[in-house]
Design a protein around this ligand. Structure first.
Ligand SMILES: Nc1ncnc2c1ncn2[C@@H]1O[C@H](COP(=O)(O)OP(=O)(O)OP(=O)(O)O)[C@@H](O)[C@H]1O
Length: 614
């Protein structure tokens, strides 16, 4: 996003309100406490006035000497306490009065703490739900989205941007509800006490704002760039970690560090710019404010006023500056918040490319008939338009339940695309995909996928125990079912040989699995799923004869009674197939069994002699 686009962003208040609604009660209480905390500043100043006048104006002072308070006029403490007017303040009086200072400060601090805590509590709840919904929204997206999105940037949005949005929004609410009122309350009391002194201070005060406004512009620019750099850093880190084998294999550690450092350096430079600008604000404000204090001293000398009055006035004035300083950051905070909230909401509200039809029923467990009816599909580009070349066209296939089909064809022929369409990762541009005669667009995606088991060549295992990795096939599977599935997948023995057995954590040093072992775990997972359709995407890499034999047996068990569609790279698989579908340039070129195709299909003969013949 460019700086100009960022400046155009608006705060999606309606969307925020939806998340705020459940916690509205606490939110309002938090704001009300903020209002009380602001008003308490007035009480505190009056309290200090009493204390300083009682304590500082000489040891001979009596309780009967009236105290001049703003709004209240002359207050006679002796009358209020019902004691004689000549009662000296004395040490006891001084101690009691001074003891009130920490009490007042504590009450003030406590109210501010409650205000912050209440709002932070609400923000925290909102953050939890927003993060969870963003993650859910991302997972709802189709693979088309993930082929264009950067995982690192998505992680940055889920984790960082939502946190920035939450903390900044909480701070903004607190600033906007409490700080202006704090300033007004203090000024109100100050005006009542000494309007001339206060007015003069207010003339000096805007002088402080000029440098703040100038600096604010710089800070804003640095702020928006920072978010971009964080995204780049996260992407680089994520790619380096997930592709660690490639990085190490090509000895590209230094290259990756350089890529990381590029974003890292930019971010540090930005942070420094930001800090330099932000930290300049404080000293400038304080320097200008000190001119006011110096002028005030002269004024008090001329007026022959007591030290108590001066301390209260200066103390009150200095209490105005921190909230004023914070308010000067509101614009910047707002910009950062709008940017972060928009990024989060953009992901949150992104409609999934593939959606269930309204009121779509679930597909019950099917027998396993798969039909491709004149299906055509072209992949899309990042901008949403279609690529020029179709991935598949005019595909007509009728696959009977319980049969084993092998898909063969040159690279790019469209085999994986057929899998993706069957799983409804994409919708065909024309034609239909049917399961037991039902168009998969008319039923829920979950129920379609619930009828399909997948054993993919890039076996993915979670950083979790072997048990949990198998259980992923069916989350409510019992221990016995998991072990039975592992036995059928010929995985039980090697699992027991691992340190920790089924509890061994995949990815830890105690559990280094070979490619063949990982495949057997994924077969066990699919056995547990027990779906009527099985999609097999065979690894292209050759396995040693013994491992291949074991995996073949495991797949044989897994395939029993199921419709199997296998992207075949092994001779043993195509020999096992009832029918072989030969694909070329996105079309079905030939269908038949091995013997038939060897006789009739030129393409199959070529493929067979190149790829499968051993
Ligand atoms: N995500 C994608 N975006 C754009 N084009 C794609 C995408 N996936 C595949 N294609 C293109 O679609 C065509 C069919 O690809 P597909 O992966 O289905 O072939 P395949 O037969 O499975 O190939 P292989 O055996 O190499 O895996 C190819 O031209 C490929 O470049």
């Amino acid at each position: 996003m460019t700086d100009a686009e960022i400046a155009q962003l608006k705060m999606p208040y309606g969307r925020i309100l939806q998340y705020l609604k459940p916690w509205m009660g606490r939110f309002i209480v938090g704001i009300l406490i903020g209002v009380v905390a602001a008003a308490f500043n007035g009480v505190m100043i009056m309290g200090f006035q009493v204390i300083f006048q009682l304590v500082l104006d000489g040891q001979g002072k009596t309780l009967g000497q009236p105290l001049d308070l703003p709004f209240l006029g002359n207050v006679n403490v002796a009358d209020m306490l019902g004691v004689a007017t000549d009662t000296p303040v004395g040490l006891t009086g001084v101690i009691i009065a001074c003891a009130c200072i920490p009490i007042l400060m504590f009450l003030n601090g406590f109210l501010e703490y409650l205000n912050k805590y209440c709002l932070a509590w609400v923000g925290n709840k909102m953050l939890f739900h927003i993060r969870s919904d963003v993650f859910r929204s991302i997972l709802r997206q189709s693979p088309a989205f993930f082929s264009h999105a950067k995982a690192g940037e998505l992680m940055q949005t889920v984790f960082n941007q939502s946190r920035v949005a939450q903390t900044n929004a909480v701070q903004l609410v607190q600033l906007l509800t409490n700080r202006p009122l704090t300033i007004i309350t203090i000024l109100f009391v100050l005006f009542a006490k000494d309007w001339f002194f206060t007015l003069m201070s207010l003339i000096i005060f805007p002088l402080c704002l000029a440098p703040i406004i100038a600096i604010g512009r710089k800070v804003r620019k640095a702020g928006s760039r920072e978010e971009k750099e964080v995204g780049t850093m996260m992407t680089t880190m994520h790619e380096s970690f997930t592709g660690i084998r490639l990085v190490k294999g090509y000895a590209r550690e230094e290259y990756e560090v350089q890529r990381f450092d590029h974003a890292n350096a930019e971010m540090c430079k930005n942070m420094l710019r930001w800090t330099r600008a932000m930290e300049l604000i404080g000293p400038i404000v304080e320097s200008v404010a000190s001119i006011g204090i110096a002028a005030g001293l002269v004024y008090f000398w001329v007026q022959q006023r007591g030290a108590g009055d001066l301390i209260v006035l200066v103390m009150s004035l200095t209490r105005i500056y921190p909230p004023a300083k914070e308010l000067s950051k509101v614009n910047l905070l707002m910009q950062k918040t709008v940017f972060a909230v928009n990024k989060v909401v953009h992901l949150l509200d992104r409609p999934a490319d593939i959606q269930d039809a309204p009121g779509a029923p679930s597909l019950p467990r099917i027998k396993g008939a798969v039909t491709f009816e004149n299906v055509a599909f072209t992949y899309g580009k990042m901008d949403g338009t279609k690529l020029d070349k179709a991935a598949i066209t005019h595909v007509n296939l009728d696959l009977a339940p319980g049969k084993f089909y092998a898909l063969v064809g040159p690279s790019g022929a469209g085999k994986s695309t057929l899998f993706s369409l069957l799983l409804r990762f994409y919708d065909p541009d024309s034609g239909r995909v049917l399961l037991d005669g039902a168009d998969i667009r008319a039923v829920t995606q979950d129920s379609v996928r619930g009828n399909i088991g997948l054993v993919s060549q890039d076996t993915f295992l979670f950083h979790d125990t072997i048990r949990e990795n198998i259980r992923y096939g069916r989350l409510d599977a019992t221990e016995e079912e998991i072990v039975a599935a592992a036995k059928k997948a010929h995985a039980h023995d090697f699992i027991l040989a691992q340190q920790g057995g089924y509890d061994a954590v995949v990815g830890d040093s105690g559990c280094n699995l070979s490619g063949g072992q990982k495949q057997r775990l994924s077969i066990a997972r699919a056995i547990l799923r027990n779906a009527p359709i099985l999609l097999l995407d065979e690894a292209t890499s050759a396995l040693d004869t013994e491992t291949e034999k074991i995996i073949q047996e495991a797949i044989h068990v897994l395939s029993e009674g199921k419709t199997v569609i296998a992207i075949a790279h092994r001779l043993s698989t195509i020999m096992q197939a009832d029918q072989i579908v030969v694909m070329k340039d996105g079309q079905v070129a030939d269908v038949g069994n091995h013997e038939e195709l060897l006789k009739t299909s030129e393409l199959y003969q070529k493929l067979y002699s190149l790829q499968f013949h051993e």
